[in-house]
Design a protein around this ligand. Structure first.
Ligand code: HAM
Length: 419
């Protein structure tokens, strides 16, 4: 038996409906906020991710699907969407008209340990806003994310927020972290020991319990903020409060990717059975420049679509699944029935053409396909001026079968299917 690769899933049935519903809602809301769609390749040169996400992050050091192609180039399946979008902005010269607002969705790949809501192939829905640095922009983006969540029936979400300050802040804070973690070096995990030399802020993102215990006592970034970063963050928090956003300060939130500076945030559900973050993002000041683009700031976030699917309210799904069966009594009526089917499709009515087998087999199939109404086309119907219609689920013999004037058939079906 062949199976999908570990940590990768086939999506079908209701999962595909949920995926489509989430993406449709998000793209509609994104458009309202001025975002346009972008699709970048699933594969990029490895350097695109290494350079932007950072060598010491778990994503780059442990989780990337990297391989050499037949020409010997090192390629990587994208582990996230932001780096590819920045690369595309520079490659396609898109930064001429700023601000630039782009949204995307699609497959991402991380060699993570699979568990509920955590996969090796998963999907993200992301938004990036480039060239518009202001606390208002940060808060508008966060409010848009919350609007998307609410629109798919997810309300119990809290925003955890922190600031990673400007480069002066991070340089001062890094020195303080080196001093602090050096005192606890022996108790740190091997990964954290290495990070102490290369990228001490990464230690704060360690998932290892013993590291986490030490991190609880680490200095706080808020004590090292430059005046500008402090003012910026105060304004962000003030605007979030005024917008009625349910947020909480988390001074140890550093995010798992290196490109962030200033505002950083994550969306956490309060649902008892799911506590991982459903999305996250933040401001990045150097990212576009890293790819050879202009020196402008950006901010963005991404939701994990599988995690939204776990939490969404299924009653938001498109209910337009009610359908009609078109059933010719014998082969003679096939062509007329076929014509009827086409007029139903033209009128945007869901329909199945059931024309093979005995009448009883056809009726059974209509039932199996969950058709609610069957239009029966026999000799009488073709020669007369009425169609015979059966309500498949009706148990009242007097109501089960009706005759309908040929000219009224489309409006009759529409009325009875509620479409
Ligand atoms: P991230 O926090 O690494 O950020 O991922 C964003 C979301 O993707 C997570 O909150 C989670 O919902 C989902 N996710 C991550 N890994 C997995 C996994 N293995 N399985 C299922 N879902 C997962 C980013 O990727 C940034 N690019 C976000 C961003 C956009 N920052 C600025 N702009």
């Amino acid at each position: 038996m062949f199976r999908p690769v570990r940590g990768m899933k086939d999506l079908y049935g209701i999962s595909v409906d949920k995926y489509a519903c989430i993406v449709n809602v998000a793209m509609r809301i994104g458009k309202k906020y001025g975002y346009s769609k972008i699709k970048t390749p699933i594969v990029e040169y490895t350097d695109v991710f290494q350079r932007s996400i950072g060598d010491e992050t778990d994503v780059v050091s442990k989780e990337m699907y990297t391989f050499d192609d037949k020409g010997g180039e090192s390629l990587t399946l994208r582990p996230e969407g932001t780096a590819g979008v920045m690369r595309a902005i520079v490659s396609e010269n898109l930064a001429q008209n700023l601000p630039l607002k782009l949204m995307y969705h699609g497959e991402m790949f991380r060699y993570d340990r699979p568990q509920k809501g955590r996969y090796r192939q998963f999907h993200q829905l992301g938004f990036e806003c480039i060239g518009d640095k202001s606390p208002y922009t940060d808060v508008i983006l966060i409010c848009m994310a919350i609007e998307i969540l609410n629109s798919i029936g997810i309300f119990d979400v809290k925003v955890l927020i922190n600031t990673l300050g400007d480069s002066k802040t991070r340089s001062d804070y890094t020195k303080a972290l080196v001093k602090f973690f050096s005192r606890h070096e022996e108790k740190l995990s091997e990964d954290s020991k290495r990070r102490l030399a290369k990228n001490p802020m990464r230690i704060l993102d360690s998932k290892i319990a013993s590291d986490r215990e030490i991190c609880q006592m680490a200095p706080l970034i808020t004590d090292y903020l430059s005046k500008e970063s402090e003012k910026y963050f105060e304004k962000v928090c003030n605007l979030l409060e005024r917008s009625g956003v349910n947020f909480e300060l988390d001074n140890f939130l550093v995010r798992g990717l290196d490109y962030y500076g200033e505002t950083a945030f994550e969306f956490k559900s309060d649902a008892k059975d799911y506590t991982d973050s459903v999305g996250g993002g933040g401001r990045y000041d150097q990212l576009l420049k890293t790819f050879g683009g202009t020196d402008v700031s950006g901010i963005g976030f991404a939701f994990g679509i599988e995690r939204l699917m776990l939490l969404m309210d299924n009653s938001r799904l498109d209910k337009n699944t009610r359908k009609v069966a078109v059933i010719p009594v014998s082969e003679q009526e096939n062509d007329v029935a076929f014509q009827m089917l086409q007029s139903l499709y033209s009128a945007d009515i869901n329909a199945e053409f059931i024309h093979i087998g005995t009448m009883s087999k056809k009726m059974k199939l209509a039932d199996k396909l969950h058709c609610e109404i069957a239009i029966i086309l026999g000799e009488n119907e073709i020669n007369g001026d009425k169609y015979t219609v059966k309500f498949m689920n009706c148990s009242d013999v007097n109501e089960k079968t009706k005759t309908v004037n040929k000219n009224d058939i489309l409006s009759f079906i529409r009325h009875n299917l509620g479409c």
